[in-house]
Design a protein around this ligand. Structure first.
Ligand SMILES: [Zn+2]
Length: 338
């Protein structure tokens, strides 16, 4: 996990030391793959790691990436003509067949400024099958001077034939402490950094988004209050919070998703009561507030936990099936009130 490349020095990179060592070793041994996929959750720094890969590949120093040679500097200034970002398009922000065809055509011509031409396809989560089929030949038999990089949340968006030609690198979120350090280094106040890390764990990208998005902060607060209300059986409070989501289907679904993670964490706390609350030691926890999940765990039984998860699942299913959000949430609230 790391910060964006937006300065004149290589950004501090957190939580992926093994990946960095691997990339540098491949470059040192002149064994760079022709295609590579960086996959991991959004905000975990896939694109930054891919850019680091590109810089390492293009750097002319023996100690790549050096940040000082012409190629490194151009990449840091986002002006390297041989690091190309194919454009997203369409409602789903995939890549059009036309864009991919242009890439295949362009790949046949020699690099402008260096030994390699690198195409970085970011956020491939909605890359279509036709677009992949158009890319297939280039991925299978790229010219010597071509390097294809991809980022996505999961590998599963790619055809098996594509995957078999790519090196696959899992990008890891970093520790809480590293995430906090990264936020502080960007001038974020210790209080805000602490809150963001508490809500987002070791995902720097998510933490930055959370800090910039008041709706996200409100949502997290509501989920925490809701978990506490379930713990203390404050029925009125449960209904009051649900009421806030009656009018927005998408927000209601997101709220329910986060609540489900809280219930899940409460179950984990129940069976691992000594679990350290810091996911640096244990990454099983996924909810946005550990304290309320831990409190809830003290009154949880296995059957109650299953009931609550069933209630969340039924509410989501109903909303997806176009049952009115208000009704689905009212039914959900009802099942929490006994
Ligand atoms: Zn360099």
């Amino acid at each position: 996990m790391m910060s964006d490349i937006n300065r004149n020095t290589i950004p501090e990179i957190y939580g992926n030391s093994r990946n960095l060592t691997l990339i540098r070793a491949m470059r040192h041994n002149h064994r760079l793959p022709h295609a590579c996929l960086f996959y991991g959750e959004t905000g975990s720094g896939r694109k930054t790691l891919a850019e680091y890969f590109a810089m390492t590949a293009l750097c002319t120093s023996d100690h790549a990436p050096c940040s000082e040679c012409r190629n490194c500097r151009k990449i840091l200034h986002k002006s390297h003509p041989d690091l190309i970002f194919p454009e997203h398009s369409g409602k789903k922000q995939g890549f059009s067949v036309e864009t991919v065809r242009n890439v295949c055509q362009d790949a046949l011509t020699a690099p402008n400024d260096s030994d390699l031409k690198i195409y970085l396809f970011t956020d491939c989560d909605n890359i279509s099958i036709p677009a992949q089929n158009t890319l297939l030949k280039l991925t299978e038999e790229p010219p010597e001077h071509v390097l294809l990089l991809f980022t996505a949340q999961t590998k599963s968006v790619f055809l098996e034939t594509m995957l078999s030609r790519m090196m696959q690198i899992a990008v890891n979120p970093c520790s809480w402490k590293d995430c906090e350090t990264a936020l502080l280094s960007r001038g974020i106040s210790p209080t805000d950094a602490g809150n963001a890390v508490h809500a987002c764990g070791g995902n720097i990208g998510k933490a930055l988004q959370w800090l910039a998005d008041e709706d996200m902060q409100t949502l997290t607060r509501h989920v925490t209050d809701f978990t506490n209300a379930v713990f203390t059986r404050k029925h009125y409070e449960i209904l009051r919070i649900l009421h806030d989501y009656e009018k927005d289907r998408q927000k209601a679904l997101e709220f329910l998703r986060l609540v489900s993670l809280q219930f899940r964490d409460a179950m984990i706390f129940k069976y691992y009561p000594n679990l350290n609350q810091n996911p640096d030691q244990n990454s099983m926890l996924a909810g946005c507030d550990r304290d309320s999940a831990r409190a809830l765990s003290t009154i949880f039984t296995a059957s109650r936990a299953i009931q609550l998860q069933d209630a969340v699942r039924d509410a989501c299913t109903a909303i997806h099936a176009n049952v009115s959000t208000k009704l689905a949430l009212a039914a959900f609230g009802g099942r929490l009130l006994f």
